[in-house]
Ligand binder design. Structure first.
Ligand code: NAP
Length: 292
């Protein structure tokens, strides 16, 4: 079994981006600039946004964090997005999700200029992804592709089963694995909560991508020998064995399945670190006007 070490690969990618930023600046190019909007003071969102801002600093990007109160109206938030859209120096904009219930997430996503949508969630960018046109790929699915590529996992002609069909992970990765690309060219089965006989379907997977948000859901009886497993899930549970009082679990019962796998991502240290690395990659692409 080979561990798909997202922590190491993400570090490599950030190192490569930092070198490119230095070269860009040395040749008179602009410093990539990412703006993030954070609504409210949800602890998890704070953690994610501050990790993104810190990652920007590390690779030599500029970053701007815009904080808004959780009672901000949808209209005010859209106004703030338009301001960023019209700020020439800013290359990429992300609005940290989830948003408070009174705000329509899709309307907010649509307010972001596709050319600055480095999360890759705008319908224009999703459409471009489906058509295999240059675009910003959503960061988590892009991170999965990059991991498979850097570990030379063969995907062509393989059966790929995806569990979960969210707009940010399951649905886009199912499209990407089926595209005529490398990685890609899989025969893809997308499963969800209404899927019948899930255990039979997962047993057909050469590559199993799991993103449903249920800790240790996938067990050894559900997979075949030699499977490559990508575990996207992150569930925080209390633990008296850690200093912090909690630990992270994936959607896969790692110890139960690992000996049946050819490759597997750990949680933490698998897909998670890749997500931020790919967000930085998209922002660099935007600064270099590589897509639009
Ligand atoms: P989500 O929006 O919560 O959607 C979950 C999906 O799983 C839905 O499509 C749902 O089906 C499906 N599902 C639920 N129970 C199921 C079951 N018993 N059998 C089959 N499918 C089932 O998911 P998400 O936002 O993609 O997040 C999934 C997990 O990934 C979470 O733990 C999240 O924290 C983690 N995550 C990690 C990263 C990272 O960077 N590592 C990024 C994003 C998310 P229906 O559509 O039928 O409801």
């Amino acid at each position: 079994m080979i561990l798909l070490d997202g922590k190491k690969i993400a570090k490599d990618i950030k190192g490569e981006i930092a070198i490119k930023v230095t070269q860009l600046k040395a040749t008179g190019g602009k410093t990539p600039h990412l703006a993030a909007i954070l609504v409210g003071d949800d602890g998890a969102s704070e953690t994610y946004v501050s990790a993104k801002v810190k990652a920007c600093e590390k690779v030599g990007f500029k970053s701007t964090l815009i904080r808004l109160k959780d009672n901000v109206s949808e209209q005010e938030l859209v106004k703030e997005i338009h301001k960023v859209n019209n700020t020439l120096d800013i290359d990429g904009l992300i609005v940290q999700l989830p948003l408070p219930n009174h705000i329509d997430e899709m309307r907010i996503t649509e307010a972001i200029l596709p050319s600055k949508d480095v999360d890759g969630f705008h319908p224009t960018n999703i459409g471009r992804m489906i058509l295999n046109l240059p675009t910003y790929l959503p960061a988590t699915p892009a991170g999965i592709l990059e991991l498979l590529k850097r570990y030379n996992v063969e995907t062509s002609g393989k059966n790929c089963v995806v569990i979960g069909r969210s707009h940010i992970v399951g649905f886009p990765i199912s499209i990407l694995m089926g595209r005529n690309n490398n990685p890609g060219n899989c025969t893809v089965t997308l499963t969800h909560s209404r899927t019948q006989n899930l255990n039979e379907i997962t047993k057909t997977a050469d590559i199993l991508i799991v993103a449903l948000g249920k800790a240790e859901f996938v067990t050894s009886e559900m997979v075949k020998e030699g499977v490559c497993i990508v575990d996207v899930g992150i569930t925080r549970i209390e633990s008296d064995k850690t200093k912090s009082g909690w630990k992270l679990l994936g959607d896969v019962a790692f110890d139960s399945v690992k000996d049946r796998c050819s490759f597997i991502t750990p949680v933490p240290g698998g897909v998670g670190p890749m997500t931020i690395a790919m967000l930085l990659k998209n922002t660099l692409m935007s600064a270099k006007r590589a897509v639009y």
